[in-house]
Design a protein around this ligand. Structure first.
Ligand code: NCD
Length: 304
């Protein structure tokens, strides 16, 4: 039985295969509409979510399966003091696969050690978010036709942004990748990502505060929200939240074939005047999330 807790657990070949299946689902939806007949997916969300939870639910429904779960832990027995381990053992009796989001780093890993069904990490604190990365990679491959030889700008909250950590980890395995890490000093990417991921894989990167200087070089600009819920101090959040605001005027210097991505939700970091620029691809990206999650469900349930 396989879980998906960290993107590293999937080889590059397995990611390629998931992309292939997702593209086939997009082209031949009917072929997949009964693949999960009789199967149930449980969503256990101990933290807010719109896209991740609903795209997993839509994915399972489009595969012919059913969904159950909770979107607020206050409505589950967790509010009575039940442990994650016990919750998981019980939910495994009612479902074939579990998607879990939790504010504590490592909670889905602990859950997977107790689970009798596959567990998918849908975000654990400021740590990892592997299925957002699969979404991002499918989007990049569809936009660019390749996953190598790309200059990728990661911009915003690189410290607490779990999607950034998983994406940097995954993209570091492709060749010719260069990262421009754009953040205020307080929100720089963690040292462990620099040492154990970027430097270990000999990935070229530079850190800067200045989005405008490097914008003309980028093939991908991955914007992120400042992660309000991870701050200890409201004043720090208020000071940093509008550090970057991308707008139409700033994009004049960018490449014509830049792809602007964002895991969403957006707050102020991308002005709405960017939305109708053909380079804005974040809503297409959200759609990709459903298809790659369909492919992932099939893989973990071992359905051909
Ligand atoms: C992201 C998350 O939850 O980490 N959202 C998502 O899953 N699309 C990004 C965010 O909340 O900023």
């Amino acid at each position: 039985m396989r879980h998906l807790i960290d993107i590293k657990e999937l080889s590059v070949d397995e990611i390629d295969e998931l992309i292939k299946v997702a593209n086939d689902i997009i082209a031949n939806k009917e072929k997949y509409s009964h693949k999960c007949d009789g199967k149930k997916l449980a969503t256990l969300f101990f933290e807010p979510s719109t896209r991740t939870r609903l795209s997993f639910e839509a994915a399972m429904l489009e595969l012919g399966g059913n969904v159950l779960g909770f979107s607020e832990s206050s409505s589950s027995s967790v509010s009575k003091g039940e442990s994650v381990a016990d919750t998981i053992r019980v939910v495994g009796c009612y479902s074939d696969i579990i998607v879990m989001r939790h504010p504590k780093e490592g909670a889905p890993l602990v859950a997977s050690e107790k689970s009798t069904v596959p567990i998918i990490n849908a975000g654990d604190g400021g740590h990892n978010h592997p299925t957002q990365t699969l979404t991002d990679i499918l989007t990049i491959s569809r936009e660019k036709g390749r996953l190598n030889n790309l200059t990728i700008g990661l911009c915003g909250d690189l410290k607490f942004g779990r999607t950034v950590h998983s994406l940097a980890t995954a993209m570091s395995r492709y060749s010719g990748i260069k990262f421009i890490l754009i953040s205020p000093d307080e929100l720089k990417i963690p040292e462990y990502i620099k040492k154990n991921v970027l430097e270990k894989n000999n990935i070229e990167y530079l850190e800067t505060k200045d989005i405008e200087e490097y914008l003309p070089e980028l093939d991908i600009l991955y914007m992120t929200r400042v992660q309000k819920e991870r701050f200890f101090n409201e004043d720090d959040y208020v000071r940093l939240k509008d550090y970057y605001i991308l707008n139409k005027a700033k994009l004049e210097k960018a490449k014509k074939d830049l792809s602007i991505l964002h895991p969403l939700p957006r707050v102020n970091e991308i002005n709405t005047d960017v939305d109708d620029d053909p380079r804005a691809r974040y809503f297409e990206q959200a759609l990709c999330g459903k298809y790659i999650r369909m492919a992932l469900i099939l893989k973990l349930l071992e359905i051909k």
